[in-house]
Every structure is written in structure tokens, then in C-alpha cells.
Design a protein around this ligand. Structure first.
Ligand code: MG
Length: 323
């Protein structure tokens, strides 16, 4: 069925949408009470974040806007040392969107939430004029389990670990938009298992590699921590397919978005153990040691030919509506 403005009226059709799609898919006691707000039990300090998702197309190889909306917010909580517990989801739906499409997206959110062990406990739906677009905002709460992990926490001598191949989400979305046939899949995933398994390792900084790519994350870390970063081109994990895609289109994987990768910056004496743990964690199988924290400022890369290249932050637009 096509969604029209009546679905946003707050009346009968809104109720149908909530029951037939959201309550059915997100099924949990807290949401099921249907009060004006969810009542939550949370122990100690919490991390709290929000993110909006406007990706186009809504479905791409390896994921969809729903999976992205859950994993993106979950990963931001994890990067702050928090175990994600609760999410809220706000949907802005343009008239003309299909109820089956919305149901598929909600189903995908439910699966992703179960894997990340979070509950979707409150939500909202608005319908606006338009051409069938769907946008989602998710907010999330996590319980702090590790303190002192910060973008400003990198120290001279620390080692930078990356949890897997670069550029996959970006290349998957772009392939879909350009109608290019390939086997590249978005890496959209929850980083819960990697972070949980690193629990006993001293970690100075964690950050998920999203919009702006690895280059942007590293520049933010170098700036916030008042240090220099050196990475090694030969150590960067990039799949054969993504490398080929980049070569043809003149793209640089360092600036391409991921949605299921992170860096962990750890003291040198923890690096070997941390890398092993990451490699043995779900979605971390291709983790690598990619660089080091040094004295100075800025980010440089030792190239495959042993030259040195300055890696600047992403300027300009990047790829719009990538997440
Ligand atoms: Mg982030």
C-alpha cells in the first residue's frame, strides 16, 4: 500500500502503521506500553548520541537504511566505551512510500538491533509531501563500561589498529547509484563484538571510520591529541574489487566511507594482543596494524615506493547521502 498524508494524521492510519509495522518488528515490552515516553533502568554513567540517515538508495548490496540507522548509532556509543542498551527511532516518510518497503526496513532494523543487543524503545512517525523518500533518525543510550577512551587520548609510540577493509560501504552505494555490476558489499555492521572482546586491553582511542574515511578520522585524532600520525600504505587492507573500482573511477580509498570499521589506538606493548583479539572477533577478521603515533603534527603516509605523502582531511562534498 502507498503511504499518503492520512498516515501522518495521528489518527486511524497512523495507528495502523505503528501496530502493523513498528510494534510488530520492534516487539519489546518497553515499546509495547505505548506511553508518551519509555521508562528505562540504566546503571551509572551513560553515553547518549543521535544520528540521522538519508542514504540513497534505501537498499544496497550488504545493507539498507534501517540496518545503517541501527549500526551507526550503536557504533558511536561503542566508540565511547559504552555498551549500547536502548535506541529510539524517528521516521520521516514522504507520501508515496510503500508500506512493504517500510516493513522491510523495520525488519532489518529489528535484526540489526537483536545482533547488537539493543532494544528500540520509543519512536515517532511523520509523513510529509514528497516522492516516496524515507529518512530515519536514531538516538541511543549506552552504559559506560570503559572510561578514558577519547579522540584526544593518542600518545607518542601508540600503535594504530584498523578493523578491516577500507571503502566498502562507499563503493557499494556508489556502484548501485551508477548501475555498476560488481560483488562489492557494504560493510555496514555493529562493532559490538570487537569492542567487547577488547575489554581487558588498554585502549587510548577508538573511532569508527565513516563519512570522510580513514584520512578524516586520523586527522581528527592527530589534531585532538596534538600528535603526528604515520601510516603505511602497504599495510592498508583494501579488497581487490574495491581497489579496482577506485582505479577506474579515480577514487582514493582513504577518503571513502565505511559503516562497520573502526580504529583502535593502543600502547605498543598491547598491540600484538589487541590485534589478535580483533582478528578473532566478528567483523574484525581482516584487522591490521596500519600506523603509529609520533611527535609532531599532521598525518603522513609512507607509500608503497617508500616515499612520503601528506594525508589531509577531506575537503568539499565527498559523496552526498552516503549514510
Ligand atoms: Mg562515529
Amino acid at each position: 500500500m502507498k503511504i499518503d498524508m492520512a498516515y501522518g494524521s495521528g489518527g486511524r492510519q497512523t495507528g495502523d502503521l505503528i501496530h502493523d509495522i513498528f510494534l510488530k518488528n520492534f516487539d519489546n515490552k518497553i515499546l509495547g506500553r505505548m506511553e508518551d515516553a519509555a521508562i528505562l533502568k540504566v546503571g551509572g554513567n551513560i553515553a547518549y548520541t543521535t544520528d540521522s540517515f538519508v542514504v540513497t538508495p534505501l537498499f544496497f548490496r550488504g545493507g539498507d537504511i534501517g540496518k545503517l540507522a541501527v549500526c551507526g548509532t550503536v557504533n558511536d556509543l561503542l566508540m565511547m566505551g559504552a555498551m549500547p542498551k536502548y535506541l529510539t527511532a524517528g521516521f520521516i516518510i514522504e507520501e508515496g512510500a510503500d508500506t512493504d518497503t517500510l516493513d522491510r526496513i523495520a525488519g532489518s532494523m529489528s535484526l540489526a538491533a537483536r545482533e547488537a543487543k539493543v532494544k528500540i524503545v520509543a519512536g515517532d512517525t511523520k509523513v510529509i509531501e514528497g516522492k516516496g523518500g524515507i529518512y530515519i533518525n536514531t538516538s541511543g543510550i549506552g552504559e559506560i563500561q570503559r572510561t578514558g577512551v577519547s579522540i584526544s587520548g593518542c600518545r607518542k609510540g601508540d600503535v594504530i589498529l584498523l578493523s578491516g577493509n577500507l571503502g566498502e560501504h562507499h563503493a557499494a552505494v556508489m556502484s548501485h547509484r551508477m548501475g555498476i555490476e560488481n560483488i562489492i558489499q557494504s560493510d555496514c555492521a555493529s562493532l559490538r563484538s570487537i569492542v567487547k572482546n577488547l575489554n581487558h586491553i588498554k585502549v587510548h582511542c577508538m573511532r569508527d571510520v565513516t563519512r570522510g574515511g580513514l584520512a578524516t578520522v586520523l586527522n581528527e585524532a592527530a589534531q585532538a591529541s596534538s600528535c603526528a600520525i604515520e601510516i603505511y600504505e602497504e599495510a592498508l587492507p583494501i579488497s581487490h574489487e574495491v581497489r579496482g573500482f577506485c582505479d577506474i573511477l579515480g577514487l582514493d580509498p582513504l577518503y571513502m566511507a565505511n559503516e562497520g570499521k573502526m580504529i583502535a589506538v593502543v600502547p605498543e606493548n598491547q598491540a600484538g594482543k589487541a590485534l589478535d583479539i580483533m582478528k578473532n572477533s566478528r567483523y574484525g577478521e581482516n584487522s591490521r596494524m596500519i600506523g603509529r603515533i609520533k611527535e609532531g603534527e599532521g598525518v603522513t603516509m609512507v607509500t608503497a615506493l617508500k616515499g612520503s605523502r601528506i594525508i589531509d582531511i577531506l575537503y568539499g562534498e565527498g559523496l552526498p547521502r552516503i549514510c
